[in-house]
Design a protein around this ligand. Structure first.
Ligand code: 13P
Ligand code: SF4
Length: 378
């Protein structure tokens, strides 16, 4: 559970709505200049251009959690979504880091508290605990490593920490699953069924060794006992509403119309798309793949729209298309705008921090166990 400190903001958000982007940017730069390195703005690659421009550090989920764990600063403003800010709070305020700083906490802020993740919301801690208890009636839970995608609430990470499990991101899912299978013979993977399935298939785990757990089913996640008994990987029935919009017919249309085009997708895309793509990888890998390609390479990219548009701008020497004919953008990432960023920074600078993300102590302790297991592998 995250605790939000309730401070009366010194500045009211409504006064920021009418400011132009230029005015907001100027004021953001002024706060950054005054506070120097004591304040770090972290930005995920899916952020809008005008926001990411102000970030000190940008990255994918894994890179940002590593950066938050390493950085020495007094405050982090996280331009991303809620679970990312929670992770930053957990790792930057670990007992070890607190001791290094003589007990001084890093204040982590999320410019807009409505910036959540619909996938993370598809697995609630009560549902996961119920699933674990139900599974225990059919198979020995001592045989299961729970693995949570980093796109999940801190309480799920804590569940994994307590139960011998681990966190993964889209950059290290294969390494994490190898670790998980080195501990126990089965995995319960939540909340993204697609990342879990795509990674398992890549590792040679077959369809008949996987099943899907529907948390809304009447019993046993909608599975027969025999199916669960034979499963190596139990996939939670969750998905990313952005990446699930990419379809095999989009891939076929690009291949038909653009000879030599390569399809580059994020592993949150459904299997039908992931299987036929030329390259699949995290946002970090997508960026690297484009950066390393020779001029003239043609790509159709299946990931969040803002990142694809940025790649188009930054690589005019290549031909880059968005894989879907419809707009697939992350509406919650988009909630972070210059007005919210400026409002957050100015309140922090005035000594009245807003939207502080603070994970309670017990949850932090156990989620750190699961996060540290992951960070040790990366
Ligand atoms: P990565 O940053 O690991 O590529 O994940 C993408 C995503 O959906 C972030 O929410
Ligand atoms: Fe969540 Fe998908 Fe948005 Fe990532 S892109 S924050 S997984 S909804």
């Amino acid at each position: 559970m995250s605790l939000t400190q309730l401070n009366a903001p010194k500045f009211d958000f409504k006064d920021y709505r009418s400011l132009s982007n230029e005015q907001l940017s100027q004021r953001i730069r002024a706060v950054k200049q005054n506070l120097g390195d004591s304040l770090q703005i972290l930005g995920h690659h899916y952020q809008q251009d005008e926001v990411i421009e102000h970030s000190d550090l940008r990255g994918d989920s894994l890179q940002l959690s590593q950066l938050a764990a390493e950085r020495d600063c007094e405050a982090i403003v996280f331009c991303g979504v809620h679970f990312m800010a929670e992770t930053a709070d957990i790792v930057s305020n670990s007992p070890q880091r607190l001791e290094d700083r003589n007990g001084q906490r890093v204040t982590v802020m999320l410019p807009d508290m409505r910036a959540g993740c619909s996938m993370a919301d598809m697995a609630a801690i009560g549902q996961v605990e119920d699933a674990w208890a139900d599974l225990g009636e059919v198979i020995d839970t001592e045989d299961i490593t729970p693995v949570t995608y980093i796109n999940s609430a801190a309480s799920l990470k804590a569940f994994c920490g307590k139960n011998g499990g681990i966190v993964c991101t889209s950059s290290n899912a294969e390494k994490v699953l190898q670790w998980a299978f080195a501990q126990r013979k089965r995995v319960l993977f939540f909340p993204d069924q697609h990342l879990g399935r795509n990674t398992s298939l890549k590792m040679g785990i077959t369809d008949d060794q996987m099943c899907v757990w529907n948390p809304h089913a009447q019993a046993m996640g909608g599975n027969e006992r025999s199916v669960l008994e034979n499963s190596k990987v139990i996939l939670w029935q969750g998905h990313c509403s952005v990446h699930q919009m990419f379809k095999p017919e989009h891939v076929a249309a690009f291949r038909k119309q653009h000879e030599g085009i390569q399809i580059l997708v994020h592993p949150e895309c459904p299997r039908e798309v992931n299987d036929i793509a030329d390259v699949s990888g995290s946002t970090g890998k997508i960026i690297q793949t484009v950066q390393n390609a020779p001029a003239g390479t043609k790509w159709a990219i299946g990931t969040e729209l803002h990142l694809v548009n940025r790649l188009k701008k930054e690589h005019p020497e290549q031909e880059i298309h968005f894989l879907s004919p419809v707009v697939c953008m992350c509406a919650t990432m988009y909630r972070i705008d210059l007005a919210h960023l400026c409002w957050t920074l100015e309140n922090y600078a005035a000594g009245s921090p807003v939207n502080v993300i603070r994970v309670d102590e017990k949850t932090q302790e156990w989620s750190l166990v699961a996060l540290d297991r992951m960070l040790a592998l990366s």
